[in-house]
Ligand binder design. Structure first.
Ligand code: ADP
Ligand code: MG
Length: 330
């Protein structure tokens, strides 16, 4: 398969004005600014095939939006290679954006004072979508994203969840084969989040659209992505399935036990207590040191219990440990 997106050793640095502490610092800063170099992208490489749904995660300031902006042709990198469907995004911008949909969760591409449907029509004209195709795509998006009641509402009157659904539609009116979604679920209520998540899934599975999804929400990642790239400090720290990511960080598994009334937990040599609340004890263990069945046998032989279950540590914990190992902020 030919990769649709190829990034090789991409670098982008920003010069940011140093802030000096205190008032004197501020005044001196006006007279003589000093600059510090931030390596937003410090040699990142990856390639993405058509039809993939890739999660792109990392702490704040990791370089996620810089990557998305470079892929979208909004930013020009300092060095390295970047091609999307054989084009260099910032050099062949018009042809590039015709095949691309981009959503930035933090800001809208809709016209604030216009009713939603008028923004859609402006986008139709900008992308020169033929009328019959426009009507078909628009009506499909209205149905799937449940936008019927929102079309005549000015964008500034929409709730965040409503606006995000309209923004998704706006980015897809020209039926691009690739979409970049930068934090599309940020700040959404639980129901809107599910709607957006469900939509992204259908877009990818049913329409075969390639999706790069930036998010802080690990449920987004777990329900949607077959592949996860973790970026930190401008470098790719991990790239693979969630199972690969887990395997890289820890083999640890958790055993949660509900003790019978009146039973007190003392200890178990091959496991460590990570949490204890009332009669519930949560243990971490390494299955290569003690097999789950053996650990359960020992525990049940020693304690009267009501219930127990074994699970993997949540993906949040895995990611937090990966950042900690790389000395990155959470
Ligand atoms: P993320 O989206 O992962 O939170 P960004 O890609 O937005 O991170 O930012 C990466 C780093 O580059 C941060 O340190 C940020 O402050 C810096 N940065 C991003 N854009 C600019 C800019 N236009 N000017 C100066 N610094 C920037
Ligand atoms: Mg960002």
């Amino acid at each position: 398969m030919v990769a649709q997106i190829v990034v090789e050793n991409l670098c982008k640095a920003f010069q940011v004005a140093e802030r000096r502490p205190g008032m004197w610092g501020a005044i001196r800063g006006i007279a003589r600014r000093t600059y510090r170099t931030v390596r937003a992208l410090d040699g990142i490489s990856f390639s993405i095939d058509a039809g993939e749904l890739v999660g792109y995660i990392g702490p704040n300031g990791a370089g996620k939006s810089t990557t998305v902006k470079t892929l979208a042709g909004i930013l020009v990198p300092d060095s390295g290679r970047c091609e999307v469907r054989g084009r260099v995004p910032w050099k062949q911008r018009l042809a590039h954006v015709a095949e691309l949909g981009v959503v930035f969760g933090q800001r809208t591409q809709l016209w604030w004072d216009l009713p939603v449907v008028e923004s859609f029509e402006l986008l139709r004209d900008i992308y020169r979508v033929p009328e019959d195709r426009y009507v078909r795509t628009r009506d499909e998006l209205i149905a799937v994203l449940d936008l019927g009641a929102l079309l005549d509402v000015p964008v500034r009157q929409l709730s965040l969840g409503q606006r995000m659904r309209c923004d998704l539609a706006a980015a897809l009116l020209h039926a691009p084969p690739i979409v970049f979604l930068d934090e599309p679920t940020i700040g959404l209520d639980a129901i809107s989040k599910l709607a957006v998540r469900d939509f992204i899934k259908r877009l990818n599975r049913e329409n075969g659209v390639t999706v790069v999804l930036t998010t802080h929400d690990m449920d987004d990642i777990e329900t949607l992505c077959t592949r996860v790239m973790v970026i930190g400090g401008g470098k790719i720290l991990s790239d693979g399935t969630l199972a690969d990511l887990r395997a890289r960080v820890t083999r640890e598994r958790w055993l949660t036990i509900d003790l019978a009334d009146g039973v007190t937990w003392t200890d178990e040599v091959d496991a460590t207590v990570i949490r204890q609340e009332g009669s519930r004890v949560c243990l971490a263990f390494d299955p290569q040191v003690v097999a789950p069945a053996e650990l359960i046998r020992r525990v049940t032989a020693r304690y009267a219990i009501r219930d127990l279950f074994v699970e993997n540590p949540p993906i949040e914990t895995i990611i937090a440990r990966l950042y900690a190992a790389e000395s990155l902020p959470p």
